[in-house]
Design a protein. Structure first.
Length: 325
């Protein structure tokens, strides 16, 4: 298989950040569709051991190193699932530190892809929070002018815009997928769903109630496996130069989310010790994705409801506990 093979056929796909929460599901979904997967990350992980792994510190890799990797592995499509906020210190990183991954890596990646002797494609995963604050009740479509208000969202938008500029200049083909908040199996410990898993485990182990600080935000949550399916469709389509929103199309208040998680895990909401107050966030207080364009151009729509997503998130997190019992 060469990198020049058609989009409709088998692709050799590099998943940057492929060991992470979203990345691992992209690897699984793309592999199930018959694509050859090359995982690129700093360190290998057992859950991607079935795929080719290339170690690289993406935050500091040079354009030459990236070009050499893509050329050696004959990569036809690159999926960029890296995100500075996925690190354990993502919430406290400075704008300069976030820019290393969210902007700098993207620029060097695009330069590396444009230096290849074949035309390559990029699927870049951005975030709905790039749009910034919007009025509650807004169905956020792709025509909204982004007005990011945090270091995280400014750097994510800059990376997404760099991809769109490169596509517009004819250097690469590709799409930007702006994903809503994610739920589902194997969450990042830095994410709110990942923190919920840790808090419930600790509460059950201690026999105490589960203390949770809840903000009054309402956000769109989409299962990570549905995001992965959207990415695979973006890999396989010829559509290029567009931003597509990927979400559930439903805004859920955070109190409901917490309660739904606890009940989906098989426990009573009485065990929740909640405190309602403002919590600093990487994005806006309201998100509800308008996902019609992704349906029209990719034939994609979410399949997994929030209750199922949260239940599976808990069952996979505690699978080892059950085996040891």
């Amino acid at each position: 298989m060469s990198a020049e093979d058609g989009r409709s056929g088998r692709q050799r796909v590099a998943v940057l950040g492929g060991t992470g929460w979203i990345g691992r599901h992209i690897c699984a979904a793309a592999s199930a569709r018959g694509h050859d997967i090359v995982v690129v990350a700093r360190h290998p992980a057992p859950h991607v051991s079935a795929h080719t792994f290339v170690p690289l510190d993406l935050a500091h890799a040079t354009t030459e190193e990236i070009t050499a990797l893509l050329r050696a592995e004959r990569i036809g499509v690159v999926v960029n699932s890296t995100d500075a906020a996925n690190a354990t210190d993502g919430w406290t990183k400075s704008e300069q530190d976030m820019a290393l991954v969210n902007v700098g890596l993207v620029g060097r990646l695009l330069a590396g892809m444009s230096a290849l002797p074949w035309r390559s494609r990029i699927v870049h995963i951005g975030t709905m929070h790039e749009y910034g604050e919007v009025a509650a009740g807004t169905a956020m479509d792709e025509t909204i002018t982004p007005r990011p208000g945090t270091a995280y969202t400014r750097t994510k938008l800059a990376g997404s815009q760099a991809v769109l500029d490169a596509v517009g200049s004819g250097l690469v083909d590709g799409l930007v997928l702006r994903a809503a908040n994610v739920s589902g199996p194997h969450p990042s410990p830095a994410s709110f769903p990942g923190k919920l898993v840790g808090m419930l485990r600790q509460a059950l182990a201690s026999g105490q109630r589960m203390p949770v600080v809840i903000t009054q935000a309402r956000r769109d949550f989409v299962d990570v496996r549905d995001v992965a399916e959207a990415v695979v469709k973006a890999v396989e389509t010829s559509v290029s130069g567009r931003v597509l929103n990927i979400g559930s199309g439903v805004a859920v208040d955070m109190r409901t989310l917490v309660r739904l998680f606890v009940t989906a895990a098989g426990h009573s909401v009485d065990m929740i010790d909640e405190e309602i107050r403002h919590v600093p966030s990487l994005g806006g207080a309201w998100t509800r994705a308008d996902i019609r364009l992704a349906g029209q151009l990719l034939g994609w729509q979410p399949r997994i409801g929030l209750e199922e997503s949260l239940g599976t998130m808990w069952s996979t997190a505690t699978a080892g506990d059950r085996l040891e019992a």
